[in-house]
Design a protein around this ligand. Structure first.
Ligand SMILES: [Zn+2]
Length: 395
């Protein structure tokens, strides 16, 4: 439907512009942005007086098929069909939370690739999904119970090619141990530099991004040397690694929500002790190093790791508040969830900005931009995805 959003302020590329109107064409693309646009013909006019028009938010790191159970080993009994059904609900909850696009970094049996296709075909309503499908890890490494285990560069290359063939739009590599796999150490390197380089090359030749779950310093270094596009988590980032990332423009996706929820709920709510212990041991280190990375000007893109224990789909906005707590200004946090997130996932030319020629993904919110983000979801008045009204008008 042709639409004119009238009377609000727009937020795009880190700045606010007052009294700016946005015109949306029949196919759901932004056709005009400017001051003083007047309605024509049969255009639907949305009165945005007092509202701020944000680009639809983007979460660069979720697990759309994970239900957020306290104990991730509960997933072992899930089938791909279970994962797809749970994922469909999660994608819808995510959309209602104002996130119109997510990058899903791994799950069971490529179910998230099927979900991505279903969303695009209009079979399900939900956030647009950029799927990794199965993660690529070393034999017995972090995430091995749902990942594709490989050893050596040849197998890494083959696994990355398999994922692309299956429809993956990003390649996820496991560079270090992690918190939610029993018996692995987040500080320890896993896939080698040469294994990751082989997979990164496959991704780049296909025009896709390659990202690394990377917590320990040696693994982060391996991933950076292999040419990775973004570091996920980055707990043990050193000064030297931070400098490397700033120089190369490598993104950091800190996923602060994940550990925050594990520590908030703890073993009392059924989270396994090994995970809570690791999260507790790493809390101060993470805080110091991520704050340092933010201060040093590393590019930050928002990611929650939603789907990990109690880290619920639809509450992705919590990460905005955490990013502010770690040193971003509120508008910078919003930029990390829009323009920067879009650039990070390689879609900076079509989403993440209120700009002519971009998809009309928008969230209209009430209140001042200085307000803390904890009440973000209650402030949402309208949500549009590709020009389609998801929330608003008739409730
Ligand atoms: Zn993750």
């Amino acid at each position: 439907m042709r639409m004119l959003i009238h009377g609000g302020s727009i937020f795009t590329d880190g700045s606010l512009f007052e009294h700016t109107n946005v015109r949306i064409d029949q196919e759901g693309w932004i056709s005009e942005v400017g001051v003083g646009l007047e309605p024509v013909n049969d255009e639907l006019v949305i009165n945005a007086e007092g509202l701020t028009i944000l680009p639809g938010l983007i979460d660069c790191h979720v697990h759309i098929t994970f239900p957020g159970l306290p104990d991730p080993s509960g997933r072992v009994n899930m089938t791909a069909a279970d994962a797809a059904l749970i994922g469909a609900r999660n994608a819808y909850e995510t959309l209602l939370g104002g996130f119109t696009t997510v990058r899903s970094l791994g799950g069971l049996d490529n179910a998230e690739i099927a979900l991505s296709r279903a969303q695009r075909a209009g079979i399900i309503a939900g956030a647009r999904i950029i799927p990794a499908g199965r993660v690529i890890c070393m034999t017995g490494g972090h995430s091995h119970f749902w990942g594709r285990e490989i050893d050596g560069p040849d197998e890494a290359r083959k696994a990355a090619r398999e994922q692309l063939k299956a429809g993956a739009e990003v390649i996820k590599l496991i560079a270090t141990g992690g918190i939610l796999t029993e018996g692995v150490d987040p500080g320890q390197a896993e896939l080698t530099e040469s294994e990751m380089r082989a997979a990164v090359q496959v991704a780049h030749r296909a025009g896709k991004k390659a990202v690394a779950h990377a917590q320990g310093a040696e693994g982060i270094r391996n991933a950076l040397e292999a040419g990775i596009d973004s570091i996920e988590h980055g707990i043990f980032l050193t000064e030297e690694l931070i400098r490397h990332m700033v120089q190369h423009g490598t993104y950091l996706v800190p996923t602060l929500s994940a550990a925050t929820k594990i520590l908030e709920y703890g073993t009392a709510h059924g989270i396994p002790a090994y995970a809570v212990d690791k999260a507790r041991r790493l809390a101060a280190i993470r805080q110091a190093n991520i704050k340092n990375a933010i201060r040093s000007g590393v590019r930050i893109a928002l990611g929650t790791d939603a789907g990990t224990p109690f880290n619920r789909h639809g509450e992705n906005f919590n990460e905005l508040a955490l990013l502010v707590e770690y040193g971003l200004e509120p508008l910078q946090a919003l930029n990390a969830a829009t323009a920067q997130a879009a650039d990070n996932i390689g879609l900076g030319h079509e989403i993440g900005r209120i700009q002519s020629g971009f998809r009309a993904d928008m969230v209209l919110i009430s209140g001042s931009m200085d307000e803390p983000f904890v009440r973000f979801k209650e402030r949402i008045v309208y949500i549009l995805q590709q020009g389609k009204m998801v929330r608003g008008l008739d409730g």
